[in-house]
Design a protein around this ligand. Structure first.
Ligand code: HEM
Length: 215
């Protein structure tokens, strides 16, 4: 039988391809959008990580979600530095969530408060993605908009506290394999993971409507 980390990875593969190839992502990574699109995207991430990390404090002692809560993953501080760079010192006043972002953050908050195993699905979908494809996004952003390598603007993608991301990901998959959940609950986690991907795709759709490349 496949390990749970393999099951969740395989089950979300299709949704991953859909997120990865969304028009907004393709346009942004293809260098067809201005830095304002990247800034708007980074703003949306702020709402998602605010929900993930406000919930993390409370879940640190939880038997299911607790082992996943690791301060070296926290992104909110890095996002805030990036936003100050992208939008200036008044960044907070101009921050606004797309409807799709509000729905995403709301679902993360709901899981954090009521369903720790569901929170694990959201945790996996974001942080393991940031440690993986996030590095491709950082590279493109540095090249496209001229951010200093691993500096202001792309700090979200730089995990200062993780020296060896490949080793960290291996450890993370071991945590998934050991998650305190029975088979049915594991299936529900997989379902929530697919929902997490769909919520991300929804945000991309909203961003795509705001930043359409004219033919
Ligand atoms: C253009 C955008 C993206 C690119 C280029 C990309 C690329 C990648 C790559 C290359 C990997 C494999 C890394 C490895 O084998 O260790 C990966 C893994 C992953 N990505 Fe993405 N990705 C993108 C968008 C996303 C999005 C939007 C999400 C969800 C929010 C996401 C979530 C994940 C997750 C959870 C994994 C880990 C899979 C696992 O090993 O269990 N990715 N990504």
């Amino acid at each position: 039988m496949d390990s749970f980390s393999t099951v969740i990875r395989t089950a979300s593969h299709e949704a991953h391809v859909e997120a990865e190839t969304s028009t907004f992502m393709a346009d942004m990574l293809g260098g067809r959008l201005g830095v304002d699109a990247y800034a708007r995207y980074t703003e949306q991430l702020w709402f998602v990580y605010e929900a993930l990390e406000a919930g993390a404090q409370r879940l640190a002692g939880d038997p299911v979600a607790g082992p996943f809560v690791r301060p070296e993953l926290f992104r909110l501080g890095a996002l805030e530095r990036d936003l100050a760079h992208l939008r200036g010192p008044g960044w907070r006043a101009g921050l606004s969530a797309l409807p799709a972002t509000r729905a995403y953050a709301e679902r993360v908050r709901e899981c954090a408060e009521e369903w720790p195993a569901g929170y694990v699905a959201h945790h996996y979908t974001r942080y393991l993605g940031d440690l993986s494809g996030g590095q491709i996004i950082r590279d493109r952003a540095e090249r496209t908009w001229g951010f200093e390598k691993k500096g202001d603007g792309v700090r979200f993608y730089v995990f200062e506290g993780i020296g060896n991301p490949a080793a960290f990901k291996r450890g993370y998959r071991e945590l998934l394999d050991a998650v305190h959940a029975d088979e049915l609950e594991k299936q529900r986690i997989v379902g929530e993971c697919k929902r997490a991907f769909a919520l991300n795709t929804g945000v991309f759709r909203g961003l795509g409507e705001e930043f359409a490349v004219s033919a």
